[in-house]
Ligand binder design. Structure first.
Ligand SMILES: C[S@@+](CC[C@H](N)C(=O)[O-])C[C@H]1O[C@@H](n2cnc3c(N)ncnc32)[C@H](O)[C@@H]1O
Length: 206
């Protein structure tokens, strides 16, 4: 049974993406004044998920559900502009790592951390990398706003590589038949929460 019987997740992401960025091309004057450098364009043939930032109210709900504290090391898989990791450092003093395949996003995240001040910048790190190859095993909290297919592809690694008790929160998309321990709807979004079990059920390991 899909989590959103009335909303197709891919359509929702696409709708948000359009709302966020696709209005720009209809203002050609702006494009002429400030044409996007080639390196700044999102290559959707390479990215597994387009960039759609999580609204800050939902970021806060994700961090609250994961009960983040200053002892945590938060990894955001597909970190975009770094907002989740930076917010975790600002609100809770947590350390964090963000990984994104798009170097433009990583530069934005690093710039945002710099703007947040030295105390925050010293707690966070952003790297260009592919979530399917990146080592996120040190995490105590993992945050994700990816797509259902990407979540499912990551699921075996979550069971194999993360420590039991690691908390996971996902914006909008679940993990198939791995039932969430909590679920919260807010501001047209849904946040799912799991903890990594000591022994994963065999049917969920692949
Ligand atoms: C929906 S956005 C989420 C951004 C941020 N986590 C947030 O919630 O605001 C997904 C991000 O994943 C990145 N991404 C897509 N495929 C990726 C991959 N294979 N490895 C790492 N990042 C990827 C995109 O560049 C994009 O910034």
């Amino acid at each position: 049974m899909p989590s959103h019987p009335t909303r197709a997740p891919h359509l929702l992401l696409r709708r948000r993406l359009l709302a966020a960025g696709a209005l720009l091309p209809i203002t050609p004057a702006l494009a002429l004044i400030a044409p996007a450098p080639v390196s700044a364009r999102e290559d959707l043939t390479v990215l597994d998920v387009p960039f759609v930032p999580t609204p800050m109210s939902v970021v806060d709900a994700m961090l609250d559900m994961a009960k983040v504290t200053s002892k945590d090391l938060v990894y955001d898989l597909g970190c975009g502009d770094g907002r989740i990791v930076i917010r975790a450092a600002e609100r809770f003093g947590a350390r964090g790592v963000g990984v994104d395949l798009n170097p433009v996003r990583v530069k934005e995240a690093q710039a945002a951390a710099r703007r947040a001040g030295r105390a925050i910048e010293s707690k966070v790190r952003f790297e260009v990398g592919d979530v399917f190859k990146f080592d996120f095993s040190p995490a105590t909290v993992v945050t994700m706003y990816l797509l259902p297919s990407v979540n499912l592809k990551l699921r075996p690694r979550i069971f194999k590589e993360l420590k039991p008790g690691t908390r996971i929160v996902s914006h909008d998309f679940d993990m198939g038949d791995w039932e969430p321990q909590a679920k919260r709807d807010l501001d047209s979004s849904t946040v799912y929460y799991w903890t990594v079990p000591a022994n994963a059920p065999t049917n969920l390991k692949s």
